[in-house]
Write a protein of this length. Structure first.
Length: 187
């Protein structure tokens, strides 16, 4: 059972990680087809999930998702219906970022940290990619057909896949390196 100091420590660590992730999410490298790479913006959420478990990881990632939604609220204005607006809010923000809270799912079952963190990142970043892929295909292509003449699912795959794959690789490498230097951030 956690005592009051441990609860406070967990809350403060999570709040700091949300703040760090938010700042990192604002530092984007734009990609040619669109989208942007945020270098390790999800890694703080991965750290929370590994340190405190998936239940707390999901709670923290949900809080982060609400903040990201508020920061990206101008994207909702492009929706042409209430259903489209709800889909953008849920799939591009709430669900897409909350699933990162599952990244610590392998933390207790893995014999080595590198496999556990890479597996958790691969799984949850793929789930996030699926959310963005669906909205890119179904919603954003309906609003703005792409200028490359690609069919919607191919364009959404290229658009969202390019930055999400890069984000997953960079975050995995950073997590492994950070664990070697500061394992207490994950434990």
């Amino acid at each position: 059972m956690e005592n009051r100091n441990q609860k406070t420590s967990r809350l403060v660590f999570s709040a700091v990680m949300i703040a760090v992730g938010t700042v990192l999410s604002l530092l984007k490298i734009d990609f040619v087809m669109g989208g942007g790479l945020t270098i390790c913006a999800m890694l703080p959420l991965v750290m929370v999930s590994f340190r405190y478990g998936t239940k707390w990881g999901l709670f923290t990632a949900f809080a982060f998702s609400v903040l990201q939604c508020l920061l990206g609220l101008d994207n909702v204005q492009y929706a042409t219906s209430v259903g489209m607006a709800i889909a953008i809010i849920l799939l591009d923000y709430i669900v897409a970022y909350t699933v990162i809270g599952f990244s610590g799912i392998f933390r207790n079952n893995a014999k080595n940290f590198s496999r556990a963190v890479i597996g958790g990142i691969a799984l949850t970043f793929f789930a996030r990619f699926l959310c963005h892929f669906i909205t890119g295909w179904v919603i954003w292509d309906a609003l703005w057909p792409n200028e490359f003449g690609m069919i919607a699912p191919v364009y959404s795959l290229c658009y969202n896949g390019s930055y999400m794959l890069a984000e997953a690789i960079i975050s995995s490498a950073a997590a492994v390196l950070l664990f070697k230097k500061k394992p207490e951030f994950f434990q």
